[in-house]
Design a protein around this ligand. Sequence first.
Ligand code: PHE
Length: 350
Amino acid sequence: MKKQIESWPGLGVLSRYDRATEAWILIALHDDTLGAPAGGTRLRIYPTPEDGLRDAMRLAEGMTHKWAALDFPFGGGKAVLALSRELSQPERESLLRRYGRTLGWLGRAFSTGEDLGTSPADMLVVAQHTDTVHGVDRERGVARDPGPFTARGVLAAIRATVQRRFGEPDLSKRSFLVQGVGRVGGPLAGLLAEAGARVIVSDVEEASLRDAARRFGCETVSPEAVYDTPCDVYVPCATGGTLSRETVPRLRCAAVAGSANNQLDRPEDGVLLHERGILYAPDYIANAGGALAFGSIHLGVTDETELKRRVDGIGDSLRELFEEAARAGEPPEVAAGRRVRRVLERGPAR
Ligand code: PHE
């Protein structure tokens, strides 16, 4: 871990080994130019704690990009609860309680919400020990799920992507392969089906897959077949790094737009997509809906119509970005990176 921390350009890492569950609590704080770091809490089994830390660091950096692209007053950070084995429900809760106390040490320096592997119920446990959990009403003891907001934002991003790539926004003429039908991919598959699109779903969990296929009446493919299945738009909604030198040459789609964080394995993989004529909606733009809605709620916005309006704005923001990238003849993520740098160099908006 020493080497990882030394070579990371972020602010710092808070690490705590939770002896009782043999898990690591890892909080990576990447950047505070625009405000105190904020980002989700991911919980899953990692082969080693170093893998968990690597994930936390990359995801924290992704959050810096996400907030800056939104020009929102938060910095980049992310928490990872890196399990070494499956936990029983009581063990899980005890870990979440100690995680909540750990967040308490940080005060206002980091705030958080759901991410892959955590649920609103988990956040309620964490929030017993800190008031820095987004989307939780501590008085009433209820936690909201950011997933539907993220899904709504991805749908707006998909409309912009389809318009750009096919010259018309009509989703009913298109096919979509949704990889991962969890808290975001699930509702998103539903929205796409509602819009009359042809939807194909995939998931590593057999039961979730069957359930989604039945609920939304869509086709399924096995996890191994995802990259070789013809579709108009590939919609990654699971783990990151699925766009790699190994998968990009296999893709049989015209565009990529989804909710997963860190979709590009390496920056060069975005160039590979561009060279193949596959239009890529930069992940931290397309998937910002949950962070944007929950960040807004955290700052006091309560009007649901206003929250939806903000999330739908992701579509326009992506349209502008595609336009700018096309003019410069560059991949969209390069234009997105420039927008991020512009905002970070300017500093917090007043
Ligand atoms: N997990 C969300 C993301 O990756 C971040 C988030 C932050 C969600 C705050 C809810 C609240 O964008």
